[in-house]
Design a binder for this molecule. Structure first.
Ligand code: C5P
Length: 208
């Protein structure tokens, strides 16, 4: 039995007490992955941004809001895990300054300065010491080439390429790439079945 950490859902980066930057990630892929690994008898911990879905009974879920909170929670939980699957869509940027009060209109528009947030998977992989790291890549063009570069940059042991059409959908198309540039195959269908396929790839290549 392995202990698996799954990051899931979006994060939010507030610019004032009521407004935030985020994306439309629903957490459905993370939920399906949690179900697949639980069904196979593994222990699952989920770190999730704000989502409307409910994660399966039997996994430990910790909710966070920002990318930095997700990173801190992930570092803590990864310490007791055998591997991580980064199914989350964390915000890559946050406002450099968060206003204490609601920003009011001035008639002159608003310029936001954004700074980069930390990369959670890359940070976990930098200290993986024998543990495995699986990433996702959601690309609007040059999918395979970008996914391969992302896998190298983030030191993933497997990367799952999917498409923007998968966001908030119950269906997805996935292709798994290995660090040698090879592929383990492509799957098109429900996220539930895609998660089972990802589980099988992880079982075959990474679980010992
Ligand atoms: O956003 P990007 O395409 O780079 O995401 C690729 C992978 O990296 C995904 O698995 C995602 O969960 C992860 N990621 C992360 N921390 C970020 C951005 C992305 O762990 N700040």
């Amino acid at each position: 039995m392995a202990k698996v950490l799954i990051t899931s859902g979006p994060t939010r980066e507030y610019l004032d007490p009521v407004r935030y930057l985020s994306n439309a990630s629903s957490g459905r892929m993370g939920k399906a992955l949690a179900e697949a690994f639980l069904t196979a008898g593994h222990e699952v911990g989920v770190i999730s941004g704000p989502v409307e879905i409910t994660y399966p009974r039997g996994c430990r879920v910790q909710y966070v809001t920002t990318t930095e909170e997700m990173l801190a929670a992930a570092i803590e939980l990864f310490a007791e895990c055998d591997g991580v699957i980064g199914a989350a869509a964390p915000c890559d940027f946050r406002p450099a300054i968060v206003a204490n009060d609601k920003i009011a209109k001035t008639g002159e528009g608003l310029c936001l300065r954004l700074v980069e947030t930390p990369d959670i998977l890359a940070a976990l992989a930098a200290d993986k010491r024998g543990r495995w790291v699986v990433g996702f890549a959601l690309e609007t063009r040059d999918g395979p080439a970008r996914a391969l570069r992302k896998m190298q940059r983030k030191q993933c042991d497997l990367i799952i390429l999917n498409h923007p059409a998968a966001i908030r959908s119950d269906e997805t198309e996935i292709t798994a790439f290995t660090p040698d540039g090879g592929t383990l195959g492509t799957f098109i269908g429900s996220k539930k079945d895609a998660a089972h396929r990802i589980y099988c790839w992880v079982e075959e290549k990474l679980l010992r």
